[in-house]
Design a protein around this ligand. Structure first.
Ligand code: CUK
Ligand code: CUA
Length: 644
């Protein structure tokens, strides 16, 4: 075997000195390879993912943190984790959920007054302009307690959580429409829209699925609940969704997997059948014109109000020719719209084929009102064969598809086969397959679901890792595998264990499109973006008492907390405002008070609040929790609580 470095050096350099130095490097490299048992191809793969210190990644990935209710941020190709973003779950390092201001964000996610401290995150989505990622906002859904959260990519913090007022679970969210006009959130398990008890025997009559179109203001990065509406749909267990773009702009697409309306033991209005939810050969792809329905929803005559939220009933959507069904192979999973919006690829867990629908053919039938019938709810059904461009036999358990810059070339995950298949959705030919480890769910191409896929890499998000990592007990980490797709055949480069939760979906963006800030304007409430009422500058520190309410205006700067002593009476209501006066990059101070379950992270310029009752008597040291300077340990003080 010819050493790797000398191959390169003989191409690049000719001088004797350089050659001598490189020969020494060759010797060193050969030794490392021998010691670590690495082959030449291993070394090449390592070189393709290695970032020397200070070198940054080309792409940034936002991965669902699954059951952790967080978002995980990492770089590609290095696969280095950069951040966990607290979203639906408290996150102590960031103080998320441990100070008043962040708690106000977390508590927006209360449902019917209940505090919820976790989420089952599935699908992160990046905001779009003309179907391309603009790097401004990130949305993510919680399937368990149907909610959508918005994260600001200026500071990677969660700013808004919006519970769905009518759904009881969601899966087909979050998906932005091409100009971030709306965020699609499709329900999952059929359930009553209201909050009352309805017997399961009334499934057909009172249980519903649907799609909520959340109006999004992309200037301020907030969902506008009052301008949002839900399209009522049958209880078919709506599933993954996608927004049309280009040719199919204005339309939305949502799969379903229970047209049987099976409810576990009792099938309403159907003969008993053991196969339950997968008896029918086909389920329904829901096709809806959200652009038209947004207009329809503006007329109060067209909507029902449930839980203070607008619902467009099915018959109104049908009357406006804005809701259709197309059969799709049974138990479908992903529906993925091509970058030009002309095709939809639907993959089903129980079918070996990917079905490629041609939007033009769908539209022709809609325009000619050519239906093959109606479902029990009166929704027109289009002909499957007439809607299809074709089907490609891919392998067992095809789930999700990502696009590439090469015309027609796509990558699909095969759950049962544990493979990624590269194929062409135009000529329906399979081009290549690579094994992954193991049981891949989603896969993430670089901007691979946008109107402008970047190619280069695919990440396999695997449900199982089994033998890939050191055994750390029966609960194994998940496995993200980076695959090089720049050549003719795919090449698996490296594994990354992800010890946080199930990585359903990840979205990526070219790093140069992100413009996060390194400091806040002095005295910012980072959760609202506005000036904090507790903003305190150097020299303004003070303690004010009003009856039994004590308000402290404090500052933190290397290496003092000012004031260093706070004395209150037991039972006093305490409001403590803290401002980090630093302007230097990365000079964060953390702050905690012993035994009061409080913590905050103060980035340069940030102000935040603790609000608590001094119900424990005693002496409580408070201190800075970030090692911020050589005098970090000295950054402390005492809360004295005395019985008056
Ligand atoms: S889902 Cu998990 S693999 Cu929630 Cu998008 Cu397909
Ligand atoms: Cu500030 Cu340690």
């Amino acid at each position: 075997m010819k050493p790797v470095i000398s191959k390169i050096s003989s191409l690049l350099l000719g001088t004797t000195i350089a050659t001598t130095a490189l020969l020494a490097a060759d010797v060193e490299l050969s030794k490392v390879m021998k010691d670590r048992g690495l082959s030449e191809i291993d070394v090449i793969r390592a070189a393709k993912t290695y970032n020397p210190s200070g070198v940054k990644d080309e792409f940034v990935v936002f991965s669902s943190g699954g059951q952790s209710g967080q978002v995980i941020v990492y770089g590609v190709p290095s696969m280095r984790i950069l951040k966990y973003i607290g979203v639906f779950t408290p996150e102590p390092w960031q103080g998320y959920g441990y100070d008043k201001d962040s708690l106000e964000v977390l508590r927006q996610g209360n449902i019917r007054g209940k505090e919820i401290n976790w989420g089952d995150t599935h699908h992160p989505a990046l905001s779009e302009k003309d179907g391309k990622y603009d790097g401004k906002w990130l949305a993510i859904n919680d399937k368990a307690n149907p909610r959508i959260a918005i994260i600001d990519l200026e500071d990677f913090e969660t700013k808004q959580i919006v519970p769905n007022p009518v759904f009881k679970s969601n899966h087909g969210g979050a998906f932005f429409t091409p100009n971030s006009e709306y965020i699609i959130e499709a329900s999952q398990y059929g359930a009553p829209y209201d909050n009352n008890y309805h017997p399961i025997e009334d499934y057909k009559e009172t249980y519903r699925g649907g799609v909520t179109m959340w109006k999004f203001d992309d200037k301020i990065g907030r969902i506008m609940p009052k301008d949002s509406f839900t399209i009522e749909m049958p209880p078919y267990n709506q599933d993954l969704s996608d927004a049309g773009k280009g040719e199919s702009y204005g339309w939305g697409f949502t799969n379903s997997f229970n047209t049987e309306m099976y409810t576990g033991g009792i099938e309403v209005g159907m003969p008993p059948n053991e196969a339950g939810m997968s008896r029918n050969d086909t389920d329904f792809l829901h096709v809806y014109n959200w652009q038209k329905l947004a207009e329809v929803a503006k007329d109060p005559k067209n909507v029902k109000i449930i839980n203070d939220h607008k619902i467009i009933p099915m018959d109104i959507a049908v009357k406006n020719e804005a809701l259709f069904l197309i059969p799709e192979p049974k138990s479908p999973h992903g529906v993925d719209v091509s970058p030009d919006g002309k095709y939809l690829i639907v993959c089903g867990k129980l079918d070996t084929h990917a079905s490629v629908y041609d939007f033009k053919k769908i539209k022709e039938q809609i325009d000619k009102k050519e239906y093959i019938g109606k479902d029990p709810y009166g929704i027109p059904i289009l002909d499957m064969k007439k809607s299809l461009h074709g089907q490609a036999e891919l392998g067992l358990g095809p789930l999700h598809t990502q696009f590439s810059p090469v015309d027609g070339e796509v990558y699909t995950s095969l759950y049962v086969d544990s493979q990624v298949v590269k194929w062409n959705y135009k000529n329906l030919k399979v081009l290549d397959k690579v094994n992954v480890h193991y049981n891949i769910g989603h896969l993430a191409g670089m901007e691979g679901k946008s109107a402008d896929p970047q190619g280069k890499y695919i990440i396999a998000l695997n449900k199982l890792s089994i033998d890939r990592f050191q055994n750390v007990g029966p609960l194994h980490p998940q496995n993200h595998q980076l695959i090089d797709i720049s050549g003719k055949s795919m090449d698996l480069l490296v594994d990354m264990p992800l010890p946080l939760g199930e990585p359903h979906q990840a979205v990526s963006i070219r790093a140069s499109k992100l413009h996060p800030k390194v400091r806040y304007d002095m005295g910012t409430n980072t959760k609202t973006g506005e000036q904090h009422i507790g903003k305190t500058l150097a020299g303004q520190e003070r303690i004010e008492r009003n009856g039994n309410h004590v308000t402290i205006y404090s500052t933190l700067v290397r290496s003092h907390i000012n004031p260093e002593r706070i004395t209150v009476n037991k039972g006093d209501k305490v409001t403590l405002y803290m401002t980090n006066l630093e302007r230097a990059q990365d000079e964060t101070h953390g702050f905690t008070i012993n035994d009061y379950n409080l913590h905050t992270s103060l980035e340069p310029g940030e102000t935040s609040t603790f609000e608590f009752t001094a119900d424990l008597e005693g002496v409580f040291p408070y201190y800075c929790t970030e090692f911020c300077s050589a005098l970090h340990l000295e950054m402390m003080g005492y809360l004295m609580v005395k019985d008056p």
